[in-house]
Design a protein around this ligand. Structure first.
Ligand code: C5P
Length: 219
């Protein structure tokens, strides 16, 4: 029987890596909700939308279409028909994404689309609020964390592998800042659901995490 798996947790602690391999193993659909917040942020930056201008934000959201398509074996995020997978990972988007994600009109807009994807049973969705807001009824909820040391090293290696430049200090600072914004407000997205299982993967290999998650999914 196919289920919904909600995978939440801090920035850059390997959620998407685990979510992708889980989805592949189980033959499930994988949805990266962080990419959706990043795509909205990219649009706001391109169109120079002020984060204080509610009307401009509402209008901008009306003009945003986000979808995911397969490209060369990977899931790519498209913004209004354009492949933005690479652009949305860059530091200038990372710097603005948490303030954009704190806007409630933006959250309502994306949560609605994410909930609509629940019609595909057999879903692994990664984000911050999947187990609490998007799918509180998800059959399996995982909450991932890892030390800042491990997370910033991993994220830096990812950026470098893509030929994007950044320093370790810059990456580390961005992770801390995003976690702070993502978890500080009362209605902040980053909260662990009461029934979520915590995985600290600072010292777990990819295979160990996958085995652990598969075990839980098959219970
Ligand atoms: O997952 P990723 O690190 O790419 O997410 C980028 C940002 O998008 C997060 O730091 C957070 O501000 C926001 N986000 C969110 N809710 C989600 C997923 C991401 O607020 N479900």
């Amino acid at each position: 029987q196919k289920i919904i798996i909600a995978l939440d947790g801090f920035a850059a602690c390997g959620k998407s890596t685990l979510a992708k391999s889980l989805a592949k193993k189980l033959n499930y659909i994988y949805v990266d909700t962080g990419a959706m917040y990043r795509a909205v942020t990219l649009y706001f930056l391109q169109e120079k939308i002020s984060l204080e201008d509610e009307q401009a934000i509402a209008q901008a959201l009306d003009n945003i279409r986000i979808d995911f398509r397969h490209r060369a074996g990977a899931n790519h995020c498209f913004l209004n028909g354009e492949d933005v997978e690479e652009e949305i990972r860059k530091m200038h988007v990372s710097k603005w994404v948490s303030p954009v994600a704190a806007i409630s009109a933006v959250r309502r807009f994306l949560v609605k689309q994410q909930q609509a994807m629940g019609r595909f049973k057999g879903l692994v969705m990664d984000g911050r609020d999947i187990g609490t807001v998007v799918f509180p009824e998800a059959e399996l909820k995982l909450f991932m964390t890892a030390s800042y040391e491990v997370r910033s090293q991993r994220r830096l290696a990812e950026l470098q592998a893509k030929g994007l430049s950044a320093s370790l200090a810059e990456v580390r600072e961005n992770l801390m800042e995003r976690d702070q914004i993502d978890s500080s407000r009362e209605d902040s997205p980053l909260r662990k659901a009461d029934d979520a299982i915590t995985i600290d993967n600072s010292e777990l290999s990819m295979n160990e995490q996958l085995d652990l998650a598969l075990d839980l999914a098959q219970k």
